[in-house]
Design a protein around this ligand. Sequence first.
Ligand code: FAD
Length: 226
Amino acid sequence: MKTLIVYAHPEPLSFNAAMKNQAVEVLTAAGHQVQVSDLYALKFDPAGGPVDFIERDDASCFRYQREQIHATSSDLFVPQLKAEMDKLVWADLVIFQFPLWWFSLPAILKGWVDRVFAMGFSYTPTERFETGIFRGKRAMLAFTTGGPPASYGPDGKNGDLDVLLRHVQYGMFRFVGMDVLPPFIAYGAARVTPEQRAAYLQAYRERLLQLETIAPLEFHQAVGVI
Ligand code: FAD
């Protein structure tokens, strides 16, 4: 299995770094190939726009999706984006490793999706969800939170985490056709005891060894035409 870990944390001594490092070690030891996109180390610019393209289809007015389609067919993405796209095509499994920030992805990782999941390259009007371009690939969120599990339950103050994650798991991964594995969550990573953190890493080790066989999530999808 070829795994791409898209890693978004600014601190190499963080718990997120520990999870990322462990994933590299465990998957490599199990005979898998792993690549890491360390977005802070790459100084990845999350602000998508004209900067994405070597040359524009329409220099007079910028329309992002139009330019993405043109760049896909004419090979006009800048080298940093092309490199990320090549890794995505290469991967059988994509892991996003990040701390939950404002109930969502850190901006650097959201920007990676904006720019790398480009129209034409990762989806078209007729190639989405079950007809998506990346059908057959698997994807998983691996992340830490500040809040404890109870705050993310259906009655929790923060709201149901399944609902909060839908824009990523369904709106990004599933949208481009990927099968989405259940997320691995280290709740309250900075607040729990060292023993609990060790238990998280052990549980993550076990999860990493099941990634080829674990059943993907089922999503409720309206039978709409659009
Ligand atoms: P760190 O603080 O880096 O690490 C936690 C502990 O793990 C440290 O004591 C560290 O020393 C230790 N550690 C490191 N490596 C290892 C190892 N190998 N083994 C054992 N221990 C180790 N939280 C929410 O719940 N919801 C939000 O919406 C939210 N929004 C936020 C927005 C922003 C902008 C910020 C900055 C924070 C937000 N938070 C939120 C909190 C955030 O999710 C947590 O701070 C983060 O998830 C903690 O993970 P970390 O990797 O940064 O932890």
